[in-house]
Design a protein around this ligand. Structure first.
Ligand code: AMP
Length: 330
């Protein structure tokens, strides 16, 4: 089984109160792949320019990620993003976004990428997300991430893309902006009501999503609202779950935390696709996601997660489990 991901592959210039890095390896698909590759085979789809280096490709190949569908565009420039964080790392300002080779990119997926049972539409133009989704009509579980830029300039296209996925992973502020609803639970409920024209009424519940192979798009049944250092919430039609972030004393660079979270979540679901998509499974996936994201922010860019090990993940998972337990009655 494998996971196909389309999203930015980037050079990032980042400034935080703890330092800065020029043109380091980044991109939503990159961070996602580094996390999801702990759980399953990842296949990355996307373009890079001829300014993209072999050492960066080597990092992306960590844990066996397949780059056959990473296309090098001759004469093109790799996606570039520049951002700066405020003193408590909770606010981020984007100084520059250059789509470069993503402008006008027409994805041509190999048969292996089209055969994946799981698809992640990482943050990139919604139009491109839709093109890739259309090439995996029978995927069992499809998740999507996006950001405020696309809500601002391509909302209709983004809504159409969301209608074709099972799971939406957004920052809580983005979920509010997307729906115009100030309350997070109502905002999630609104997105849960979206479905493609022609989909059966009352489409899939969460359990239906991963088990309805071949049924075509059903509309989202799992919504995740990321809340940065405060954790993340999970809303389905039947239930609600929330998990704090693993508490860290030292956070150096939050860039890619959201994509690493998504890699942990989607990777865990993909590795357990043989089981029904139960609440219990979704909650465990949230815990893995939270742990992966906590490692990502300890160093700049991909530095920490590229050398992370499974025993380190398991140890932190145990700690997160212990610190989120309580006894309901004396
Ligand atoms: P995150 O911190 O999880 O929101 O993701 C940060 C990553 O997203 C960086 O590595 C950037 O390269 C990438 N990124 C920033 N802006 C965009 C954008 N407009 N479209 C796609 N990827 C982006």
């Amino acid at each position: 089984m494998s996971i196909t991901v389309v999203g930015s592959i980037a050079y990032d210039t980042v400034k935080t109160p703890f330092g800065e890095r020029q043109r380091m390896l980044g991109g939503a698909a990159t961070h996602f792949a580094l996390a999801a590759s702990f759980f399953d085979q990842v296949r990355v789809v996307g373009p890079v320019g001829d300014d993209f280096g072999e050492p960066q490709l080597e990092v992306m190949r960590t844990r066996g990620t397949d780059l056959s569908d990473v296309e090098r565009i001759a004469g093109g420039k790799t996606f570039f993003w520049q951002g700066e964080y405020g003193w408590d790392l909770n606010s981020r300002e984007t100084h520059d976004t250059q789509l470069g080779v993503f402008e006008g990119f027409a994805p041509k997926l190999s048969q292996s990428s089209r055969d994946s049972e799981v698809l992640f539409l990482a943050n990139i133009q919604p139009e491109l997300q839709r093109e890739v989704r259309a090439q995996l009509p029978d995927a069992s579980f499809v998740a999507l991430d996006s950001m405020n830029l696309w809500i601002d300039i391509a909302r209709d296209s983004l809504v159409s893309a969301i209608e074709t996925v099972d799971c939406v992973i957004l920052n809580d502020a983005e979920l509010r902006q997307l729906t115009g609803k100030p309350n997070l639970v109502s905002a999630a409920r609104e997105v849960l009501s979206w479905k493609p024209a022609g989909a059966a009424d009352g489409a899939a519940d969460a359990a239906g999503a991963a088990n309805a192979t071949g049924a075509g798009p059903r509309g989202p049944s799992v919504i995740i609202a990321k809340q940065g250092e405060y954790g993340a919430a999970l809303v389905t039609r039947e239930s609600f779950f929330a998990l704090p972030a693993y508490p860290l004393e030292t956070v150096i660079d939050p860039t890619g935390a959201g994509d690493t979270f998504a890699g942990g979540f989607v990777g865990y679901v993909a590795a357990n696709l043989a089981q029904p998509l139960s609440d219990e499974l979704l909650r465990r996936a949230m815990a893995h996601a939270s742990v992966l994201a906590s490692f990502n922010v300890e160093e700049f860019g991909t530095e920490r997660v590229q050398r992370l090990t499974r025993p380190e993940i398991d140890a932190r998972l145990g700690e997160l489990h212990a610190m989120t337990q309580f006894v309901a009655a004396a």
